[in-house]
Every structure is written in structure tokens, then in C-alpha cells.
Design a protein around this ligand. Sequence first.
Ligand SMILES: Cc1ncc(COP(=O)(O)O)c(C=O)c1O
Length: 380
Amino acid sequence: MKKIPLFKVYMASEVDKPLLDVIHSGWIGEGPKVEAFEKKLKDFFGNPYVSTLNNGTSALHLAYHMSLYSNEPKGYDTCSDYEVISTPITCTATNTPIIANGAKIVWADVDPITGNIDPHDIENKITEKTKAIVMVHWGGNPCKVNEINTIGKKYGIKVIEDAAHAVGMKYDGLRVGNHSDFTAISLQAIKSITSVDGGILMMKSEADYKRACLLRWYGIDRTIREGIDLRCEIDVAEAGYKFHMNDVVAVIGMTNFTHIDEIVGRQRDNAHFYDRAFSGNDKITVVPENEKGESSYWLYTLHVNNRDKIMNELNELGIMSSKVHARNDTHSMFADFMAELPNAEKFNSTHLCIPVGWWVSDEDREYIAESLINLVRKYG
Ligand SMILES: Cc1ncc(COP(=O)(O)O)c(C=O)c1O
């Protein structure tokens, strides 16, 4: 039986030569290929403040670090009183770096259909200790970015976009990466664009950009080369991390990136096919695309009754489907931050993701839509 995967690694066939070239070039750390990739990313996103990293979790870690702590010359003191408002409807990677940075999580509820964080609940949860708000564009569907940034400005709080799912997304006429203080993108194996593992952090301010470039390599300035023996001789004012990208993965990311329009274009086409196929079906609620933007459709999400039964039957028909992420707030590592989140519970009890990626053919998507319609007739 044919199996239609929910995720698939996209690897451009022309990557072999540049990859072999860089592996044998004598320079495999952060160097000219990372620089070239960053130049391409700056042009693509239309933002000059782009820093590549070793993964998306590191991009979030730096965004939280810079939102929580000033760069006083002595390094930084963690403050366990600081709060970050976040969503439980996401990958754990959105939330573990908040506690790793020594802050508390304050959960805001979500829209029960889109799964995206609710700006009204964000505003309800703000206190004098709130240092940042993080939104996650579930499946690549834009959150209410303008509303959330208005709240951030009103209270002087940093706004972070976890756009791990959202490379290729647009909002309010601009590509993701131009609206909030920080935007984190993941280039992990199964994302629309992969560099095997990798991350991108985009910033609005030059000061944050310069700080991120230091923090990604221990706090040391890699650009100073003249008149010194070792870069480590230069004074380090703020303790950083080893989060930078290397030239090997940069070559893979850069080559795959040249295909972004065809990849995301096909995902969007598949999604709009499903929108048409399920429209008028009262047993399937599809997640509507934010009318102010364009989803990257890394996921196509819908809601059905009897979700787990339908998911298992789809899988038996060779159609891989999944909830993709589990509600984060129920993990014991987050037990101190418990909150009533009725809409997160609603979303989490009926949502299901079906294959939508670039590998889903016309024939596949017809088979998927027909199979789902038959199953909801039976169980929905
Ligand atoms: C919503 C979300 N945020 C963050 C991440 C972390 O990205 P990475 O795996 O590149 O560290 C992921 C990863 O898959 C994710 O889905």
C-alpha cells in the first residue's frame, strides 16, 4: 500500500557538489558560506538584521535572553521573577528556553480553531514582571501579529515570533521577520527548508543584531582579526553561547533555499485544494488562513469529532496524520505555571494535521480528501 508521509526531507539534488567542495575546502566552521547564506537571507526577508544559528531553539534562547537581560558589562544575573507570556499549543522548544533563561512562563489561551495565541488573553496576563510575549504561528498561519505588537508597545514589552513553522509566510504585505523585535526560524530536518539543523534569528534593531552576533559565539567578536594573535584575547563583556552556524550546513541551507517559492507554493496549492474539498462539510472545520497574510502551510490543520479514531484509520489507509505537538502546559516541568486554558483544551481535543507538503501529488490529495470525507461520515 502507498504511504503518504506527513513530513518529508527536501534535499535539492544539486547540493552534492557544493557540499563535497566545502567539506574538502579546509574551512568547515563559520566562514564564507555562512556569510553568503546570510546575505541571501537578508535579501529574501528584506531585513538587514539576520543572524544564522545552529538551530531554532538557540534562536529562541537568544531572543529570550536579550528580552530578559540587559547587556551590562559584567555578564547577566538571572532573575527568577521575570515572566514571559507564552502559548501551550506548540513544540516544547518554544517554552523550555524560557525556563532555561531563568524566567517564569505565564500561559495565555489560544483561539480554539487556529491554535494561535489570543491577544486579549495576553493583555489580561500582563504584570509588572512581564518581560516578553512569544507567539507561535501554528503550521505557518500568521498570528494576530499587529495586535500583539500593539500590546507590546503599549506596555514596553518585547515581542518574539516563534516562526519555526513559518518560513515563506507573509503578513501585512511583508515576509515574516519584519514585524516584531525578534523572529526565530527553524531549518531542522523536516521543515519546509532544511539545512539538516539550523536556525535564523531576525531582529528589528541594529543593537540587538550586534549583540546576537556576539552571543552566538561566547560573546567574542569574530570580526576583529587585525593586530591580534587570538580573538579570545579581546575582552568579553557578556557571556554568550556556542550557537553559531557552520559552513557545511550553510551550503545545504543555501542550496535548498533557492527552492523556497516552489516548495511553499505547492504547499499553499494543496491547502487551497483541501479548503475547497471540505467547504460546506459540517463535520470538518478547517483552520482558516489569517486574512491579513499568507500561511506557509507547513501543516494543514482541521478539526473533527472522534479525532483519534479518524487519525488511526487514516494511518491504516496509508495517510500519515498527527496532532504534531502536544499541549505543553501539562508537562511536569511546567507544573508551577498551571492555568485554566479552556480554548487550548478545545483545540487540542479535535485538531488533526493531514499531509500538505510539496510531495503531495494531485492524486494523493484527492485520495486524502476523499478518505477523510468518508471517515467523518462514519465517525465524525
Ligand atoms: C514551534 C517550534 N518552535 C521551535 C522549534 C525548534 O526548532 P529547532 O528544532 O530548529 O531547534 C520547533 C522545532 O521543530 C518548533 O516546531
